[in-house]
Design a protein around this ligand. Structure first.
Ligand SMILES: Cc1cc2nc3c(=O)[nH]c(=O)nc-3n(C[C@H](O)[C@H](O)[C@H](O)COP(=O)(O)O)c2cc1C
Length: 198
């Protein structure tokens, strides 16, 4: 069984990617049987959906961009969990995250391929309360439309998902409560994915 993480920042190797890596380490910690993979959207050319309807006929997009390379990874029947990580932009998800989510409509239109995949979300903002929860909820809305199984960050907090403050005056590593949410999110996705798909 495989859990895929998607980093939706346009900046390579920055705070969103670092947060996702922590979350994915929590996925495998204690669950070595789970394989993980990170898709990093930084530097990829993934355009918004143009509603051409091509994917109503087949699992393919009429647009020639980097999303086509992601289709084989995402349609893997071993996919048991999907974790999306976004920076907060103006109180919501990045345009890269929205473009990615909209393009995944092809998996819904071709047999609900994400049905019962366990979904989790994390958001990284420059402010402590800059829209992390709102961004997590945006991602979760899309996951519900895919008929995925949503989890939050589980015990002990059991709230929406991962919420990180990159602008902590002493650096993101000092945002201990935020970092705890991403580790708990990873563990929770792993536990539920193993129950459902293990
Ligand atoms: C266009 C833009 C809008 C932003 N809006 C917000 C915001 O509404 N709330 C917030 O907390 N941070 C906001 N930020 C800060 C980023 O969320 C923050 O720096 C984040 O850690 C960036 O992730 P990255 O390091 O992976 O690029 C914004 C940054 C940019 C570039």
């Amino acid at each position: 069984m495989k859990i895929i993480g998607v980093s939706c920042s346009p900046r390579k190797g920055k705070t969103t990617r670092a947060s996702l890596e922590r979350c994915m380490s929590a996925v495998t910690s204690g669950y070595p049987e789970i394989q993980t993979e990170i898709i990093d959207l930084a530097g990829l050319d993934i355009r918004g959906c143009v509603a051409c309807g091509h994917c109503m006929k087949e699992l393919k997009c009429s647009q020639e961009d980097d999303f086509n390379d992601l289709i084989p990874i995402l349609k893997d029947p071993a996919l048991g969990g999907l974790i999306l990580a976004t920076p907060v932009y103006l109180g919501t998800i990045s345009s890269q995250c929205k473009a990615f989510l909209d393009r995944t409509v092809m998996f819904r239109r071709n047999g609900f391929l994400f049905r019962d995949v366990v979904g989790g979300a994390l958001a990284v903002g420059g402010f402590r309360n800059g829209g992390q929860e709102a961004s997590v909820l945006q991602i979760q809305s899309a996951m519900l439309v895919h008929d995925m199984i949503l989890v939050g960050d589980g015990k002990p907090g059991a709230h929406f998902g991962g919420t990180v403050w990159s602008g902590h005056p002493e650096g993101m590593d000092k945002d201990e409560p935020g970092l705890a949410t991403i580790s708990s999110l990873g563990q929770r996705v792993a536990q539920v994915a193993l129950k459902v798909h293990g």
